[in-house]
Design a protein around this ligand. Structure first.
Ligand SMILES: Cc1cc2nc3c(=O)[nH]c(=O)nc-3n(C[C@H](O)[C@H](O)[C@H](O)COP(=O)(O)OP(=O)(O)OC[C@H]3O[C@@H](n4cnc5c(N)ncnc54)[C@H](O)[C@@H]3O)c2cc1C
Length: 497
């Protein structure tokens, strides 16, 4: 007999964990979470030690390891695209910076037809309900939510120089980039609690795992949505899944009152397309019967590049020496015994939001500062002692397609992000690099800087049609500071996702 649940949640990642908690709070509702990846055991330091964040990235035990198609405006480079594949999803492998969107983002959404309830006044109570801000609750911040947010200590002399430099460059400090005023520079909130990563699953799912009405299955890949054509239109009635390892697995189905597709920015549209919900021009040649002709599914893939501007440091004050193998046992021991030391921080402890030109009404650029010069994946420190500023656009207007290649749910879809494909995106990059260099060139950094590393050719190349981003400086991730509502078609009652 086929199992039945009131709610089946596809993906136990960030969204899936929150929904599982909230929906199973009703003891009358049965909730099933199906997660393709592993259980996020508490004994795995690569997830829970904040400073270990580079290790899961690119590792098949934690990461779906997507890569883009050759990017036409990046000289044909393929860009790696990490996505968490375990309980907690990407929140189990991400950089742990907690950042709300700018209040004006929500006002912008609310101005779109049918989106009135997304204005800031409506969203704010949900943000507050979500968080326990350890520096204190106020009109803007919550004090009793599941997500405990610790503020970066940012005590290194390099952070001191950074805060001084941004002011010398004409920016101001702000009390809280998630509070009354986002614009400016401040210490960042982090999803770290008592020296451990606090992923969405740890904050929302683990505390309620014993609820009798909640079932969580890991290593369980949803391979298809079960659908029917009701009188009112197409309906999703359940899911098919494969559970277990490649060698030993079972195939099964489950019926659902409602299916909540929480597979993330790549897997969710993939699953919809496989189910015949998408663009007929894509689906029909693959032999997939069109259930709902919605060309918007997968058509608005959005991401932004990030660039590091790195400087070598003439004083021995960066955290670079800690990367040496001989120091790792000490870092591990300090963290294991007391959740202290270098291992207990993500080191993205401060940064800010600025307008990179005078035309925008609110910040279009996010900056974070790191007291080491290194790649995001932890490899290849760029200098013995160093520091770097990360910059990224908040509102890049580039979009690209996501398209399944076959009917096989295990085959990754084709992704093309079209980075740097618009004049606005290219112009903003030039402005952002200039703004960041302006900060790095301020007198406050004079006692520390031993010169820029590896960024010299960047600006010259930008704007040329043969722009090539140097691989070591540019990782990608979803734009995590905001969401853009995207029309996907004319589904009754819900035309946006
Ligand atoms: C390297 C990296 C660094 C980042 N840094 C930050 C940061 O510092 N701050 C920040 O706010 N954001 C950051 N982000 C972005 C943020 O983590 C994501 O935007 C967010 O976690 C996405 O949540 P989600 O619920 O949409 O997807 P996810 O959290 O990715 O969850 C999707 C889940 O669904 C599962 N799944 C997918 N398909 C199936 C299927 N068919 N069957 C079963 N399960 C399935 C996946 O395994 C995964 O667990 C970062 C992301 C990455 C990858």
């Amino acid at each position: 007999m086929t199992e039945r649940y009131d709610y089946v949640i596809v993906g136990g990642g960030s969204a899936g964990s929150v929904l599982a908690n909230r929906l199973s709070a009703d003891p009358g509702a049965t909730v099933l979470v199906l997660e393709a990846g592993r259980f996020d055991t508490r004994f795995d330091p690569l997830i829970h030690m904040p400073a270990a964040l580079p290790y899961p990235i690119g590792n098949p035990l934690y990461d779906w390891r997507y890569a883009s198609e050759p990017e036409p405006h990046l000289g044909g480079r393929r860009i790696d695209h990490a996505r968490g594949k375990l309980l907690g999803g990407s929140s189990s492998i991400n950089g742990m910076i907690f950042q709300r969107g700018n209040p004006m983002d929500y006002e912008r959404w609310a101005a779109e037809p049918g989106m009135a309830a997304w204005d800031h006044a409506h969203c704010l109570p949900y943000f507050k309900r979500m968080e326990t801000c350890t520096v204190g609750a106020d009109a803007w911040r919550g004090g009793s939510g599941p997500l405990v947010l610790e503020r970066g200590p940012a005590t290194s002399p390099l952070f001191g120089a950074f805060f001084e430099a941004v002011q010398q460059a004409g920016h101001h400090l702000t009390d809280d980039v998630n509070g009354y005023r986002q614009e400016g520079f401040a210490k960042f909130d982090r999803n770290i609690h008592r020296g451990r990563r606090l992923s969405a699953s740890r904050a929302y799912l683990h505390p309620v795992l014993r609820r009798p009405n909640l079932t969580v299955r890991t290593l369980t890949m949803v391979t298809g949505l079960r659908t029917t054509r009701a009188a009112t239109g197409p309906r999703v009635t359940g899911v098919d899944y494969v559970r277990g390892t490649r060698r030993h697995h079972v195939r099964a189905s489950v019926e659902a009152g409602e299916v909540l597709v929480c597979g993330g920015a790549i897997n969710s549209p993939q699953l919809l397309q496989l189910a015949g919900i998408g663009d007929p021009a894509l689906l029909e040649p693959l032999g997939i019967e069109v259930l709902a002709a919605l060309p918007g599914v997968g058509a608005n893939l959005q991401d932004h590049l990030e660039v590091y501007l790195q400087h070598a440091c003439r004083q021995p004050v960066s955290i670079a020496p800690w990367l040496r193998h001989r120091h790792k046992p000490r870092i591990g021991l300090e963290w294991l015994l007391g959740r202290r030391g270098v291992g207990a921080s993500n080191h993205f402890e401060a940064g800010g939001f600025v307008r990179a030109n005078d035309d925008v009404a609110y910040p279009n650029m996010m900056v974070h500062f790191l007291p080491i010069a290194i790649r995001y994946d932890g490899s290849r420190p760029a200098a013995d002692h160093g520091y770097q500023v990360h910059i990224g656009p908040m509102y890049s207007d580039v979009v690209g397609p996501l398209a399944i290649r076959s009917r096989d749910p295990f085959t990754h879809p084709a992704l093309r992000f079209n980075y740097l494909s618009t004049a606005t995106d290219r112009r903003e990059w030039v402005e952002m690099v200039r703004a960041a260099r302006h900060v790095l060139g301020q007198p406050a950094f004079a006692p520390f800087s031993a010169g820029a590393v590896r960024t010299a050719k960047f600006c010259r190349k930008l704007g040329s049609t043969r722009t090539v981003f140097a691989p070591p400086e540019v990782p990608t991730s979803s734009a995590y500071t905001g969401m853009r509502s995207i029309p996907i078609g004319d589904l009754p009652g819900s035309s946006r996702m």
